[in-house]
Design a binder for this molecule. Sequence first.
Ligand code: SF4
Length: 391
Amino acid sequence: MSRVQLAPGVRIRREAFGAVAYVPDRDHFFALSGTAAEAVLGGCAETGTADVSTMADLAGRGIVDTDPPTDRRPHFGESLVGPFAELPAVAEPLVVNCFATAHCPLRCRYCHADDLMTPYRAGEADDETRDVLRTAAAVPALVAVVTGGEPLARPARTEVLVTGLAADGKAVVLDTSGVGDLAPLVPVLRRHGVHVRVSLDSPDARANDRFRPINRRYLPLGTSPWAHAVQALDVAHASGVPVSVQTVVTSSNEDAGSLLAMRDWLVGRGVRHWVLHVVVPVARAAERRNRRLRTSPYVMPALAELVKKTADDGVPMNIRVTGTHRAPNSVLLIGSRGDLYVERESGGKVRIAGPGDPRDSVLRAFRTHVNLVEHGSRYLNGSIQPFPHER
Ligand code: SF4
């Protein structure tokens, strides 16, 4: 191994515990300590100044490129590289979510963003994206997720956001149900190295569409969100855009049989990155009629077992789990008009900043209102990570 450099698009930030690295191909954060942190913070200097096995490990995870090349390997959702006595907390945000629009053609029964969509749809104006970008520029996150609402429902706004967020230096992720047409956005997604995350809850179309029903105001009867999601996956694969699937875990799919069936179906379709979100009882999921979607108290051990079994069996799937139901106040959301919100621990979302607010006051608001440990945990697989961690 004669030369080592950061892999294309990888973002690095110094942290008190060492460093954090974001790998866009995998849409995954790694927390690095010890020699791994020193290696990336030192600019991946010539081998000899850093441990060769550390560099090979970083290369396998997609953080660095080596010459000669090192094969990439699945990381099975592991997010910590080096010794950690406990889950590391970050001082600045890792991710900020940015609404492309308040419109969405679906009415998912667990939608956590309903309260930032329905009241903001009337009179939605295209120049609002400027305010979303102004607020995002004041949030020192490594990654911006373009979400909504459905970004494919307003592709022009989505293109403006992707371009502006990338110009600001952030890695960009596009969250989509797939309902709409992803293909026209492919050139801008490729230009900016965007990772696409497609929402899908089941390999079975009827089961999926039962929880992700259409909104008849936007779509004709008979439209299948499942079919659209599968089509979006196919478009992403065919065009070389890196893609993940994200699944909301509810009482209907938390059992081992359902999770393994979904995993194997995804692997069969060429998906290598899977994010599982335990349903969060806020917004629409908090409504009485949707209470039975809530998971059992055993859901986190079941998901940890899924990840362990996947690694033990060598199934090539990287799995990240979020347990935001334990701390809803761990996510930053910029609404479609540019205001920055955090979900309260109970009682809905609170506006903590807006367009034109300076970076230091936005950072202060982040540290005041966001559960910093759970924010890190959400993106570092903390909810299923055993401690102390020594590898
Ligand atoms: S696709 Fe997303 S934004 Fe739309 S209803 Fe479903 S969860 Fe909510």
